[in-house]
Design a binder for this molecule. Structure first.
Ligand code: AMP
Ligand code: MG
Length: 349
């Protein structure tokens, strides 16, 4: 159980939230959450990527509640969470199960990879946002799997944050955004990966990386060979791509760099009007000692793990704005850079 999660959340609960509406569950207490999902209610639960806000994936009324709770635009489709490839086959048009979707799910499921495939007619249009395709993932987190097995249907789930905010990677972060808005939040401690799944559109040749995430693009390419990216300015294949995302309340400034000298240079130029900045940077970057700071650790895996919780922590400091220093596009570095691209209001190169 996340030690940080428990303490902060209890403090928050004692201060300001309605204790009647939201109940925290331990992973051993899943039964009422399963009942709630079967009744069409929404439940926040841990996955290995980020916390999800789940609902019965085949009921339009249940799925509609996710959008209401998050304040999510209705044209942003959801991912259906299943146990395995067999369940994926039931959600697509079977004879269109293509070799790329089969190879990718065999290689990376259960895990942080989502495939986009032609949608079966049984899937509510609230899930697909009216697209002819559906996004499907099999998570590896034992609590997520127990929940899916318990309800016996796919669980539709986006990240368990209010729309536009950083994704939650701890119980405390979910509580901060959703307490009082959902009947149950399940505490699974800190998410192991820390960024969302990689979304791969398997209806194009080569496959299209719609969102880099917990499985690196190099790993996807090692299975399917060539990959492509959506054409800038082309039709939005994933409607979610057009919204500002992951943003803290403070201004977020992305400094493309990973060394102390990059921060010093930006501080003397683009950042000179700020008195105090909160700095989130790779291990080894030295920030002014009077500024709050958080480390992204020594490599890309650690940066993915730390990013969202560091942004939320620094958002609670007195600093005027948050600076994130990052430059690597290797492995999970691409997922980190993608989140910064969408969260930042200024980019210093
Ligand atoms: P989240 O907002 O964290 O739930 O992420 C879901 C992501 O999957 C968003 O980027 C969506 O746009 C994308 N997605 C979901 N369903 C589809 C689909 N049918 N076609 C393309 N992208 C999808
Ligand atoms: Mg999200």
């Amino acid at each position: 159980m996340g030690v940080d999660g428990s303490t902060t959340a209890n403090a928050i609960r004692a201060r300001k939230v309605d204790p009647v509406k939201t109940i925290r569950l331990t992973p051993e207490e899943l039964a009422p959450a399963i009942q709630a999902l079967l009744k069409g209610e929404v439940v926040a639960f841990p996955t290995e990527t980020v916390y999800g806000l789940g609902a019965h994936g085949l009921r339009a009324d249940a799925v509609a509640r996710i959008f209401a709770v998050k304040g999510r635009p209705a044209d942003n489709p959801l991912i259906l969470h299943v146990l395995d490839q067999k369940a994926l086959r039931r959600l697509t048009v079977d004879d269109e199960m293509d070799p790329a979707a089969i190879a990718l799910t065999e290689a990376f499921w259960p895990g942080p990879l989502t495939v986009v495939v032609p949608a079966a007619p049984t899937i509510p249009r609230e899930v697909t946002a009216g697209l002819p395709t559906v996004a499907v993932r099999a998570p590896s987190h034992p609590v997520a799997r127990a929940l899916i097995a318990g309800v016996g249907v796919p669980i539709a789930a986006p990240s368990a944050n209010l729309s536009g905010r950083p994704s939650p990677t701890t119980f405390a972060a979910v509580w901060e955004d959703l307490a009082g808005r959902v009947p149950y939040i399940i505490d699974g401690g800190r998410c192991a990966v820390g960024v969302e799944s990689t979304v791969v559109d398997c209806t194009t040749r080569p496959v299209t990386i719609l969102r880099p995430g917990g499985i690196s693009v190099e790993m996807v390419a090692s299975v399917v060979g060539e990959v492509q990216y959506p054409h800038p300015g082309g039709p939005a294949r994933a409607p979610g791509m057009k919204y500002r995302h992951y943003a803290p309340k403070k201004e977020l400034i992305w400094v493309v760099g990973s060394e102390t000298r990059d921060l010093v240079r930006a501080r003397g130029a683009e950042l000179s009007s700020y008195r105090t900045l909160a700095v989130i940077a790779p291990h080894g970057v030295v920030a002014p000692p009077e500024w709050p700071s958080a480390s992204l650790g020594a490599d890309e895996v650690s940066a993915a793990h730390e990013l969202f919780s560091a942004i939320r922590r620094m958002d609670q400091t007195d600093a005027e704005a948050i600076v994130v220093m990052w430059s690597s596009l290797k492995g999970l570095g691409q997922a980190v850079a993608n989140r910064l691209e969408k969260a930042a209001s200024m980019k210093v190169e």
